[in-house]
Structures are given as structure tokens and as C-alpha cells.
Design a protein around this ligand. Structure first.
Ligand SMILES: Cc1cc2nc3c(=O)[nH]c(=O)nc-3n(C[C@H](O)[C@H](O)[C@H](O)COP(=O)(O)OP(=O)(O)OC[C@H]3O[C@@H](n4cnc5c(N)ncnc54)[C@H](O)[C@@H]3O)c2cc1C
Ligand code: SF4
Length: 569
């Protein structure tokens, strides 16, 4: 008998964090630093910082397919992420065939099942949401009102930004609040020209992208082993310098330094185990991804950080007498209001007159053009707005793939910098809509016996109306700068998921009847479960979301530890 008690004790921690990605890393860091013994449960394989970035130092000619994923392999295994993955970064993306899902309507679900999750894939664009982002739902009567305001997050934005390290330029704009910045990266000569022209002729500001790269590492960055960015733009293969922020390079090492962190890999959390009597979670049930063995781990506090779809599907799978439709789903909101950003739209152009201008190194990141529509006195026939990322650079040797020629002259030509080109790519806000959703399939399962996810979501009239402006305004700005051959574009196959910012499905709100989480990301009806990734979002803003997820996570962790210490959980 005693043996069982001992075994349970060995599997018992103060807190369990599900997922080791962008937000799971923050939960692990905050909870361990506040004295808790923490278990991180990660469904994927163990990826080791530096030593597992096997392609990071390779040159283009060392790749069998010169950096591209062959179409046959892409169609069979990686259809979902073909647009963003390359031969050197393929190992960081999950295989669609092994991890199937159902698209009732088209949806790209990109996953990274390994330590660090998608913090190894992200583009590092890091922006605060603005005051209006937290007010828009209430003002426009859409979705539900946020239970917090921008002011609630300011201290947490400050706190997270310092540790992350964000390169950028302060602009003093209400629409794009400044972060605490490391030195900005430089704009290229045509970008400076664009910035001046657009300011003069259209009165719109342009800033250098705010990106999570260490341009001037501070002591708290080097303390976890991170170093300065080398401007080699091979980030998508993993950065051996730890120069861009990932949980693998930053938050997990910080949590390890406390000696209070344990990580278990290849462990798929199937469900949360509920103590029906106490109306509290008592642990998680996991399936070993290789052996299918089922195990249980126990804790007083559970943080779900398995990514938007991952966390909500764990809640949906956690059925009990009290929660027959999924843990915390009294409101029937689980899975609803799935949001993303809509993209694959903008304008591009050729640039003449800058042939004597060069740039040094390969800058990661791009320009950023903050939202200007439906802002201030501007009023459109749609709601909310959009921003642009993009920039001007010179074509490199790879342009040789589409140019005719051969022999020594051709090779010599390819060693010279090519013509300047520019692209502005829009990111638009998607409105909350209860009919945009995902749910669990009743009959189709994956190889671990878990129900497959069914996506049923699409853009609506508001997004489609906004797209016209994204395209035309982009072209207008390139024309204002006098660039040539301006081409507005709108990719007709753009659909949900392509924006790679999936969010919503377990929203925060004031009223348990219409939301899943309260203002501290705590499940209304099960107080020791916190969900602090994108699933908590009540609206989507138009700026990249990860900084806000990280700030929410740090804030929720601080509150959870206070509550735990006060005996309220
Ligand atoms: C190509 C690309 C570019 C992007 N660029 C940007 C950008 O520039 N700026 C920005 O703000 N955002 C960007 N994003 C989005 C960003 O990556 C995500 O917002 C962020 O990683 C989400 O953090 P997370 O912790 O919720 O999920 P993740 O980082 O995905 O981590 C989730 C973790 O949970 C694990 N997990 C999942 N299910 C389970 C389970 N059942 N049991 C145990 N573990 C589980 C996963 O294996 C994973 O490790 C980009 C995304 C992609 C794909
Ligand atoms: S550009 Fe900077 S962050 Fe990216 S791989 Fe190079 S050193 Fe790392």
C-alpha cells in the first residue's frame, strides 16, 4: 500500500505547467522563481539549446535541396507550413501526417512539438497592444468586454520586455505604445526615403520593426547565456547565440537556475484530473507519445500553456460529472471566437536610384507601419484596423534561379548585389465571431486515441472590406515614395490560420455565463487552473500577440502564487 503513496508523492509538484513554448517558459520561470517546485509537461521531443540547432551554421550549398523543401515531401507531410518552413528549419515544424486535423473550412494549424514550441519559429515582432484594443469590444458591442484594461498590463509589459530584450525605436504614438527598447536596427536607404515621403505626403509614421533580438545584451540576458545578435538572419534554424528570445534560450534556463524545475518530454496531456468533491483540479493525465503508457502527475496549481488550440482542447477533453462538456465550459464558449490575423495582402514595387547604396549584414526583422485606419478622425465602412510589416532590400544570388544565363559571366553577376525591391505586407484584425470555432471530432482520432480537431472558421464581411484598404493603401505609400512598377496584391487563398496568430476559444471576461476565464486567466469554475496562452484572448488587435500573452502569463503567475500562499487555491 505504502508503495502507491510513495509513487504518488514522487509524481507530485507544487505546480504543473503544460507546454514549454513561449508562454509555458514564462509560467515555469515565474513560478519557480517564486519558490514553487514545478513540473513542465511537454508533448514533444527534447530539443537542446545550441547543440540541437544542427543546420544553424550550414551554408546554402550544404543543403541537399539548396534550402527548399521538395514539393512531394511538402505535400505529404508539411502542407500546413510550406509557406514558412525551409530545408534548414523543417526539423522545428510538426509533421501534419503524424498530427492530423480536419478542415471543415480551410485552416492552417502550424505546430512545433518540442521543447520551446513555436518560440523557435516566431518572427520576433514584438508590439504592445494599445488602450483602444482593450476597449473596442465594449464600445462596438462585439464579443464580450475585456475584464482588464491597458493600464492593468503596463507593469507586466515593462517586466517582460526587460527580460526578453526588444530592439526598437520609441515614437511616442498612442496607437503603438513604446516598449523598453534596446538600440534599434538600421533602416536601409530606400526605407529612410519611404519613411520621409510617407510622413510628408500622407502624414503616416513608419518605424523600424520592434523585434526580440539582443542588439545590446544586458547583464540579465548574459546571465542566462545569451549574446548579441550577429545580423546573419538565420534565426529560423535556431540561434546558437541565444540572440533572439525563445523559451529555450531564456525563460527555461532561468527556471533551471532555481533548481526547482523538472521537465518531462514526449508526454501528451490528455486531460485535467478533477477532484469532483473539491471542485478543483488535482493533476493531469498524460499519454507517452512513444509507448502510449498513461501516467498521472499531481499538483495544487495547473497552468495550461499548450498553445491556443492545444490548451482549449485539453479543457474540452477534461469531462466529468460536473463538466460534461469540458472543464470550465459552463458558458459553452470553449472553442468559439477563434481569431487570427488576416494577411497575404499588400503591395510591392521595384526601386530605382539607390544602386550606389549598400547595407551590411543580414538584418532580421523589417519595417513597421502602425495602424492608421479607424484611428483618430479616420472613419471607414468596416471596424478596427491593420498595420504593415515589410521592407526594402537588394536581391541576392538566389535571383539566379529565375534569370537566364550560365558560365563565368553569369556566376560573377550573381556575386554582385541585385536590384532593390520592396514589399509591404498587411496584418489585419479579425473580429470575434462565435461561429468561428473548432470542436473535437466524434469519430476521428489520432494515433494516441485523442479526438482530432475540426476547424470551422472563415473571414467575414468586415475582414474582406478591410482587405481592399490594405492593398490600396500599401500601393499608395509606395507610389508616394516614387517607387516603380507598384503592384498591389491579394492572395485569393488567404484563410484562417495562415496568419499564424491563432487566438481566442477560451476567452477572458467578467461574466462566467459568457466567458471561460476571469481577469487573472483563472478558469471561472475551477480556480486552480489558469490558461495564459492565446486561447485567453477576448479580441485580436492587429499587432503580433506574443508579448501580450507573455505579460498575461507573468501577471497570472504572480497572482496564482499569492493565492496559493494565502490558502485560496
Ligand atoms: C512562422 C511563425 C512566425 C511567427 N511570428 C510571430 C511574431 O513575429 N510575433 C509574434 O508575436 N508571434 C509570432 N508567431 C506566433 C507565436 O509563435 C505564438 O504566438 C507563440 O509561440 C504562442 O505561444 P504558446 O506558448 O501559446 O504556444 P507554443 O509556443 O506553440 O508552445 C506550446 C507548447 O505546448 C506543447 N503542447 C501542445 N499540446 C500539448 C499537450 N497536449 N501536452 C503537453 N504539451 C503540449 C507544444 O509541443 C509546445 O511546446 C509566429 C508563429 C509562427 C508559426
Ligand atoms: S540574426 Fe541574430 S538572432 Fe538571428 S540567428 Fe543570427 S545572431 Fe541569432
Amino acid at each position: 500500500m505504502n508503495l502507491n503513496i510513495k509513487a504518488d508523492k514522487a509524481q507530485t509538484y507544487d505546480a504543473i505547467v503544460v507546454g514549454s513554448g513561449m508562454t509555458g517558459g514564462w509560467a515555469a520561470k515565474e513560478l519557480t522563481e517564486k519558490g514553487l517546485k514545478v513540473l513542465v509537461v511537454e508533448r514533444g521531443y527534447e530539443l537542446k539549446h545550441v547543440e540541437d540547432y544542427k543546420t544553424a551554421m550550414k551554408d546554402p550549398w550544404e543543403f541537399e535541396h539548396r534550402g527548399k523543401i521538395p514539393i512531394v515531401a511538402a505535400e505529404e507531410h508539411y502542407a500546413t507550413m510550406y509557406f514558412s518552413a525551409k530545408e534548414g528549419s523543417q526539423y522545428l515544424y510538426s509533421n501534419d501526417k503524424e498530427n492530423p486535423y480536419i478542415q471543415k473550412r480551410p485552416f492552417n494549424w502550424i505546430r512545433a512539438y518540442h521543447t520551446g514550441g513555436k518560440s523557435l519559429l516566431w518572427g520576433k515582432h514584438t508590439y504592445r497592444w494599445n488602450r483602444e484594443d482593450f476597449l473596442a469590444n465594449a464600445k462596438q458591442g462585439l464579443g464580450v468586454d475585456w475584464p482588464i484594461r491597458y493600464d492593468d498590463l503596463i507593469p507586466w509589459y515593462n517586466y517582460v520586455e526587460k527580460f526578453v530584450g526588444i530592439s526598437g525605436q520609441a515614437e511616442g504614438l498612442a496607437v503603438l505604445p513604446d516598449s523598453n527598447f534596446l538600440p534599434p536596427m538600421a533602416m536601409t536607404a530606400p526605407e529612410i526615403h519611404l519613411k520621409k515621403s510617407v510622413a510628408q505626403k500622407l502624414n503616416r509614421p513608419i518605424t523600424i520593426g520592434r523585434v526580440a533580438h539582443l542588439t545590446k545584451p544586458q547583464p540579465w540576458h548574459t546571465a542566462v547565456g545569451r549574446a548579441s545578435c550577429q545580423f546573419r538572419n538565420r534565426c529560423s534554424r535556431g540561434c546558437p547565440f541565444g540572440a533572439y528570445f525563445s523559451s529555450l534560450a531564456a525563460t527555461i534556463p532561468a527556471a533551471r537556475q532555481t533548481n526547482r524545475l523538472t521537465i518531462v518530454h514526449n508526454a501528451i496531456v490528455k486531460e485535467i484530473i478533477l477532484d469532483d468533491k473539491a471542485q478543483k483540479a488535482k493533476g493531469v493525465r498524460v499519454i507517452d507519445q512513444n509507448t502510449l503508457e498513461v501516467r498521472e502527475f499531481y499538483a495544487k496549481l495547473i497552468f495550461l500553456n499548450a498553445g491556443t488550440i492545444g490548451s482549449t482542447s485539453i479543457l474540452m477533453n477534461s469531462k466529468s460529472a460536473r463538466f460534461p462538456n469540458g472543464l470550465g465550459n459552463d458558458s459553452d464558449q470553449l472553442g468559439r471566437n477563434l481569431m487570427d490575423h488576416h494577411l497575404a495582402i499588400g503591395a510591392r514595387a521595384d526601386i530605382e536610384g539607390f544602386e550606389d547604396d549598400y547595407f551590411f549584414g543580414a538584418r532580421p526583422g523589417s519595417l513597421y507601419i502602425p495602424r492608421f485606419r479607424n484611428w483618430g478622425n479616420d472613419k471607414r465602412d468596416y471596424l478596427r484596423g491593420f498595420g504593415y510589416q515589410g521592407g526594402a532590400s537588394r536581391a541576392d544570388w538566389s535571383r539566379g534561379a529565375t534569370e537566364t544565363g550560365f558560365g563565368a559571366d553569369f556566376k560573377k553577376k550573381m556575386t554582385q548585389p541585385g536590384p532593390w525591391k520592396i514589399n509591404l505586407s498587411g496584418f489585419g484584425e479579425v473580429l470575434p465571431n462565435p461561429n468561428n470555432r473548432f470542436y473535437l471530432s466524434e469519430d476521428q482520432k489520432d494515433k494516441w486515441g485523442l479526438p482530432q480537431i475540426v476547424f470551422d472558421a472563415d473571414f467575414g464581411e468586415n475582414e474582406r472590406a478591410m482587405r481592399k484598404d490594405i492593398m490600396n493603401d500599401g500601393a499608395e505609400m509606395l507610389e508616394a515614395a516614387g517607387f516603380k512598377n507598384v503592384v498591389p496584391y491579394d492572395n485569393p487563398v488567404a484563410h484562417m490560420g495562415l496568419g499564424i496568430h491563432e487566438m481566442g476559444t477560451a476567452r477572458m471576461g467578467k461574466d462566467p455565463k459568457t466567458s471561460v476565464l476571469n481577469k487573472f486567466n483563472q478558469v471561472h469554475a475551477c480556480k486552480n487552473v489558469f490558461v495564459t496562452d492565446g486561447s485567453a484572448m477576448t479580441s485580436a488587435s492587429n499587432v503580433n500577440p506574443s508579448l501580450t500573452y507573455m505579460a498575461l502569463t507573468a501577471r497570472a503567475a504572480s497572482y496564482a502564487v499569492e493565492q496559493l500562499k494565502a490558502g485560496s487555491l
